[in-house]
Design a protein around this ligand. Structure first.
Ligand code: FE2
Length: 265
């Protein structure tokens, strides 16, 4: 059996994988899935997959999801292009901690991002925040308090403003608010995570005067240094994360950057 060569980040927020994805085998994909469940985010460095190879690899993890806010790549409908030009102003797409499309009834389980073009100076790092670790670090009383609560997630939450720039170029016409409710505590392979997307959560069901205080507490707890890792991109790199166990955030940068995104239902 061919093994996966991997190494965790210094604080166990994610895991680097060094195998060449062009020649990956089924038993190795099973091992990659286990690592994804365990660590929440995987970084595949120095890969050079074509769009077709990238789609084929991602299809091992489920069915591609539609992203309601952007139009897909003109030749590959499963790929969404996240592009920023040197001349663009304002925030980067996805700046501010969030988990993807959490305002949907069934948010995508996984997201893939592939670096097609990265800025020469600064790499437009993506920050990741491990929500298994964030849950474990909560005081017992807080774990009990949130166990059965549901958050109210909206497409017009805080992060919506960072989407406007991308929508101007590649957006769909629908700007209607989408809202859903999800449990704040979720579980993967028996391990609990905090599922509260600071970019989207606008309230907590059945909590009234207290809800703002609780959202603020969780939002600042979820992104503490102990649970976070900043990933610097090189051309060809791919990151793959679970949207139920990981928050992520774009950072600001200057320069041309182009990423291909695929989300999995
Ligand atoms: Fe995102």
């Amino acid at each position: 059996m061919s093994k996966i060569k991997f190494e965790t980040t210094n604080n166990n927020v994610g895991c680097f994988i060094y195998n060449d994805l062009k020649v990956i085998k089924q038993d190795q994909i099973d091992e990659i899935k286990n690592l994804l469940n365990k660590y929440g985010v995987l970084f595949f460095k120095n890969q050079n997959l074509s769009p077709r190879e990238y789609i084929n690899f991602s299809s091992n993890f489920g069915t591609p999801a539609e992203y309601p806010m952007l139009k897909p790549h003109k030749d590959f409908k499963d790929i969404y292009v996240i592009e920023r030009k040197k001349t663009d102003t304002g925030k980067s797409f996805g700046e501010g901690p969030h988990t993807d499309s959490s305002y949907l009834e069934s948010p995508p389980r996984f997201t893939f991002l592939q670096a097609i073009e990265v800025p020469e100076e600064g790499k437009g790092n993506t920050l990741f925040y491990n929500q298994f670790l964030a849950y474990e670090a909560l005081p017992k009383a807080m774990k009990d308090k949130i166990e059965n609560l549901k958050g109210i997630f909206s497409s017009q939450g805080k992060i919506a403003q960072t989407r406007e720039l991308r929508m101007a170029d590649h957006g769909t016409s629908g700007k209607k608010e989408i809202k859903s409710q999800h449990k704040l505590v979720q579980s993967i392979d028996g391990r609990k995570t905090i599922y509260c997307s600071p970019g989207h959560v606008v309230g907590i069901n059945n909590l009234h005067s207290e809800q703002e205080e609780l959202i603020n507490f969780l939002s600042s707890h979820q992104i503490k240094k102990d649970f976070s890792f900043s990933f610097g991109w090189n051309k060809g790199d791919i990151a793959l994360w679970s949207n139920r166990s990981m928050l992520h955030a774009a950072t600001s940068f200057n320069g041309d950057r182009k990423m291909f995104r695929i989300t999995i239902k």
